[in-house]
Design a protein around this ligand. Structure first.
Ligand code: ATP
Length: 526
């Protein structure tokens, strides 16, 4: 106990690798003109400049520092149990914390749902080291419970022979009861959170996993914090969503939870949008890339059902990218595309190549081709991929049989006119947004890109909010992204948002931003 508090603090910080804080703390001790609170710090007592330094922004800056501080805090003030209720005091309750009871009922109460005030996503580039790799696209498919059972030839004959399936003038099934029930079972907006595992780099740095998924719908984030008097504490943040998927969940299960229930209603004139967002490296691309392939498999399967086959339904695929407010066709040598509105105020992307696809292998080839175009177009592959929104669309169209022989001669020219859109699903791998502080390191172009990304994420948020409030005016002109998605926002639409989060302590701030962003949608959708 012979050491001054500042010397003790300095030694702790030094051992935790926070040298710049240690030096400042030691200097403060010798000056002796500042005496902060003595509480916390393992009972050693530490008058110090550290609180003020932390307040002045001298706190841990890098992930490593944050992680070391987190480890330090754990060894000082709490025992490192991550389970709820095991936190040592002091513990600061937040608007979203459970309180003592931890009852699920109290969790759902509006008082504990947190406020709606946070601003734009504040995500930034983090560690995107490859995790123990997995070929995401090659996971085997399992049969879907949402899909109609395979009908054998006998059944098929019975169905087509009986001619009892009523159809509307689109040729769609009008078994009202059945389709209404299906649509009602699929929420207008569904919010799903996916936590990725710690990656190799995070594991090698012995980073802590600060997120606990309690069951399939709620999670807790344990945020390491320091009071100004250096008392270490953990702030607990509880969140509830339609679904929370932990690090053990496979891409196939993600598909089942998110997209699979929507597929049948795409054939019932529904337009759906599924997008992933989160900070760079949180797993957006990993999550989004396999989804269209799985969706296409189910859609092809539905197309083969007699009711749709007889109505001449076909599946079409297109894949493009929005980069810096401009559109590029990923299946046509990154040709720049123009967006126009037709007389019926329908959005048309002039020149966008659409391909009719009738088997999954072909879909896979197109997706791979598009993905390759996305990365080869970049100077630093990851940089650009995280700075563009990639949009893959699968559209169901009804082909109208042309009986007029004169028109038949000019069949190709009339192809576009001979199809009628039925439904569509868009998969959007959103760009990760920028953290304000990072932009000082970036060049002008990078900052412009960041601003564009933030603008489009904000516009997307506004559109979904308006959509959810059933507003007449949907502000889709807020960005290229929302303009392009305009027809997916109006009429009979469904939206699935997948929030991807990183579990390490160093990403805590960004993870909380992502979760708060998702939380607002979740509240809106209730
Ligand atoms: N759930 C997961 N399980 C295993 N590995 C994952 C998971 N999520 C992400 N990864 C891995 O983490 C790394 C980063 O993921 P990914 O590229 O999808 O991030 P991102 O959010 O799309 O980043 P960016 O915004 O830069 O495009 C990849 O190596 C990916 O394989």
């Amino acid at each position: 106990m012979g050491d001054s508090g500042d010397a003790v603090t300095a030694r702790w910080l030094q051992s935790a690798g926070l040298q710049h804080l240690a030096a400042s703390s030691a200097a403060g001790g010798s000056g002796g003109d500042y005496r902060g609170g003595m509480a916390g710090l393992g009972g050693a007592g530490a008058g110090s400049m550290l609180p003020s330094l932390l307040m002045q922004g001298y706190g841990p800056q890098s992930i490593e520092e944050k992680q070391r501080l987190y480890m330090l805090l754990r060894s000082l003030n709490f025992n490192g149990e991550s389970a709820p209720g095991s936190m040592s005091e002091p513990y600061t309750p937040t608007a979203q914390s459970f309180g003592g009871g931890n009852s699920v009922e109290s969790f759902y109460s509006p008082e504990l749902r947190g406020d709606l005030g946070a601003g734009l996503l504040d995500l930034h580039a983090m560690d995107d080291t490859e995790l123990l790799s997995e070929d995401v696209a090659s996971e085997p498919f399992e049969p879907s419970p949402f899909m109609p059972k395979e009908i054998d030839d006998e059944d098929e004959d019975l169905t087509s022979g009986s001619q009892q399936v009523p159809v509307d003038n689109y040729g769609l099934v009008t078994s009202e009861k059945e389709s209404t029930a299906r649509e009602n079972n699929v929420a207008k907006i569904k919010v799903v959170v996916r936590k990725r595992p710690l990656n190799r780099k995070e594991l090698s740095r012995k980073e802590e996993d600060i997120i606990t998924v309690h069951d399939s719908s709620f999670l807790t984030v344990y945020e390491p914090k320091l009071k100004v008097d250096l008392t270490a504490y953990v702030e607990k943040h509880e969140f509830c969503f339609d679904a929370v998927l932990d690090e053990h969940v496979s891409n196939d299960e993600v598909y089942r939870e998110t997209v699979e229930p929507i597929i049948p209603i795409i054939f019932q004139r529904t337009k759906a949008t599924c997008f992933a967002y989160g900070q760079t490296g949180s797993g957006k691309t990993y999550t989004m890339q396999p989804l269209p392939l799985r969706a296409a498999q189910d859609m092809v399967c539905l197309l083969h059902q007699p009711v749709y086959r007889n109505q001449n339904f076909k599946l079409w695929l297109s894949y493009f990218e929005i980069y810096g407010g401009k559109l590029f066709d990923l299946l046509s040598d990154r040709r720049q595309l123009l967006m126009r509105e037709d007389g019926k105020k329908q959005v048309c992307i002039v020149g966008l190549q659409e391909f009719e696809v009738s088997d999954v292998q072909v879909v896979k080839e197109y997706i791979e081709r598009g993905n390759a175009a996305r990365s080869t177009g970049s100077t630093g592959a990851n940089e650009e991929s995280s700075r563009s929104h990639a949009i893959l669309q699968l559209a169901v169209k009804k082909h109208i049989v042309v009986k007029d022989t004169r028109r038949l001669r000019d069949r190709d020219a009339n192809e576009a006119k001979n199809t009628k859109a039925v439904g569509k699903i868009s998969f959007i791998d959103l760009a990760g947004s920028e953290r304000g502080a990072d932009t000082t390191d970036n060049d002008r172009q990078t900052r412009i890109e960041g601003a564009e990304i933030n603008k489009s994420l904000l516009a997307l948020k506004e559109c979904i909010r308006a959509l959810d409030n059933d507003q007449i005016h949907i502000p889709f002109r807020g960005s290229k992204l929302t303009e392009v998605l305009r027809d997916s926002f109006v009429g009979n639409s469904r939206t699935v948002m997948i929030s991807c989060i990183s579990p390490n302590a160093g990403s805590c701030e960004h993870t909380l931003n992502t979760l708060r962003y998702a939380d607002r949608y979740f509240i809106m959708s209730k």
